[in-house]
Design a binder for this molecule. Structure first.
Ligand SMILES: [Zn+2]
Length: 227
């Protein structure tokens, strides 16, 4: 599918899975995350994607209605994250003894077991960083939606892009499911309302991340008018 040479450092884009065309003017340079090749990526029309000519990695994509999707799903994700902290996450029952645990209680348990550093990392990765990241994305998306350069918008976007790799809700969820299978042999485990809220929060977050295109965000912010 990718037929570009490496030496000419050119970039190709694809529309609707069709033929590749050579990139046009107004290109910006991007380093491929997979193979470190420096690519000239053009301004993409709606629906177009740009791939690395060396390894095929998706460099940029201009998804239709991406900004509105990011804004709506970010707000929904934040709502589900708040709900996930308001109800029991898991319930345990063994020999007539029942206990429920919330997300925050699971962090507190780590502190009582003398793992304060681990508790801090878990709290940051599964609650604090995702919440701050979503708030930052909502702030940036709102600024783009109303076409006004809100205060600190560039710093907010830069911070959000730095935080993105540290939001690990989906990894936490997979870990919970693996633990769930192991604990089932020791006790009756029930999934609380918060578990389902956290699952929906994770799904919404993944949708947001899939629609985020760094280059498009920077380009949109650059085009904003001052408030
Ligand atoms: Zn590459």
């Amino acid at each position: 599918m990718i037929g570009a040479g490496i030496d000419d450092r050119s970039c190709y884009n694809e529309q609707n899975g069709g033929a590749l065309t050579i990139a046009k003017a107004a290109a910006s340079q991007m380093v491929c995350h997979e193979c470190d090749l420096l690519n000239d990526v053009p301004v993409l029309d709606a629906g177009q994607k740009a791939f690395c000519p060396c390894c095929g990695y998706l460099l940029a994509a201009n998804r239709p209605n991406a900004q509105s999707t990011i804004l709506v799903f970010s707000m929904t994700a934040l709502l589900f994250l708040a709900l996930a902290n308001a109800f029991p996450f898991l319930g345990f029952s063994t020999r007539g003894h029942e206990q429920t645990v919330t997300l925050l209680q699971s962090v507190a348990i780590l502190i009582t077991k003398h793992y304060p550093e681990l508790a801090l990392v878990v709290f940051a990765l599964i609650i604090a960083i995702p919440a701050v990241l979503l708030l930052a994305i909502i702030y940036v998306s709102t600024s783009i939606a109303i076409n006004r350069r809100l205060p600190g918008i560039r710093k907010t976007l830069r911070g959000a892009l730095l935080l993105m790799p540290w939001s690990m809700a989906e990894i936490f969820l997979i870990g919970i499911l693996v633990s769930f299978v192991k604990i089932m042999s020791l006790a009756d485990v029930t999934l609380g309302l918060s578990f389902w809220a956290y699952t929906l929060f994770t799904i919404c977050s993944v949708v947001v991340m899939l629609h985020i295109d760094r280059r498009e965000l920077w380009r949109n912010i650059k085009a904003l008018t001052d408030a």
